[in-house]
Write a protein that binds this ligand. Structure first.
Ligand SMILES: Nc1ncnc2c1ncn2[C@@H]1O[C@H](COP(=O)(O)OP(=O)(O)OP(=O)(O)O)[C@@H](O)[C@H]1O
Ligand SMILES: [Mg+2]
Length: 235
């Protein structure tokens, strides 16, 4: 069996004494997108933070492409082909587009090839390298955040609630960019979403997190996916 892009087994972790995740299991195949849904405070962002090495684990195992990264520090996890677009403000508003994108790289030598690939998804970046990130519109900032995650041409991207507060035309552009990235470059993704339509349009599989446990999962194109997800989001 080829190793999963991301495999989480029986993960338990939280903040201090408070356990947020209880026995979470998840497997994402290379080149596929999984959407994670769930109400506020259920532990979705905590899953991504624990993969990125920001939180100590109480139990369980996390592997990227067959390599055990459970105990690795954050700066070492980032060298295993994974990029992260966090939920909270993560751009530097006083820095230019170019400098924000450079922060997604380990070495400046990778800038031009990385930039060439992200401009294909987000052409507006091409002529605006010098513009300060803080002067971009909300939608453009979200696109820049995804572009920064793509700069290192990762094999796996973790994206936390990218569509929050965006108008439908920007959501459509982001959906097209993520699907093109998967289809053209075989990039796997774990996307956390509150927008069920966006999630099911972009993802191959879905998973629902409820009070720190996986409550449901399945194929995004299945006829009952909408109904199962909405049922879990209601109660
Ligand atoms: N740094 C922290 N210290 C202590 N508790 C935290 C911390 N970050 C999150 N929590 C708690 O952990 C639980 C899960 O939070 P998390 O951010 O993972 O939820 P979420 O599903 O991403 O929610 P949302 O949809 O609102 O983003 C919440 O009860 C939250 O209060
Ligand atoms: Mg969150």
């Amino acid at each position: 069996m080829t190793p999963a892009a991301l495999e989480i087994q029986d993960l338990t972790c939280g903040y201090g004494e408070a356990m947020v995740l209880r026995g979470v299991g998840l497997r994402i195949e290379p080149g596929s997108i999984t959407a994670m849904l769930g109400k506020n405070g259920m532990g979705k962002s905590t899953v991504l933070k624990s993969v990125m090495g920001y939180l100590p684990k109480r139990g369980g195992k996390i592997s990227l492409f067959g390599r055990d990264i459970t105990s690795l520090a954050a700066h070492k996890v980032a060298k295993h082909g994974v990029a992260y677009a966090p939920q909270e403000q993560a751009l530097f508003p006083e820095l230019s587009i170019r400098d924000n994108l450079r922060l997604g790289l380990f070495t400046d030598a990778d800038f031009e090839p990385g930039f060439a690939s992200v401009v294909q998804h987000f052409p507006f970046l091409a002529d605006r390298r010098a513009q300060l990130a803080g002067t971009l519109s909300g939608g453009e900032q979200k696109m820049l955040l995804i572009a920064r995650a793509l700069m290192s041409r990762p094999q796996l991207i973790l994206i936390d609630e990218i569509t929050e507060g965006l108008q439908p035309s920007v959501v459509t552009r982001l959906a097209a960019a993520l699907k093109a990235e998967r289809d053209n470059n075989g990039t796997a993704m774990l996307i956390i979403e509150q927008n069920v339509d966006f999630a099911l349009q972009v993802a191959d599989r879905y998973t629902v997190l409820k009070r720190g446990e996986i409550a449901a999962q399945g194929v995004a194109s299945a006829g009952d996916a909408q109904e199962i997800i909405h049922r879990h989001l209601r109660v």
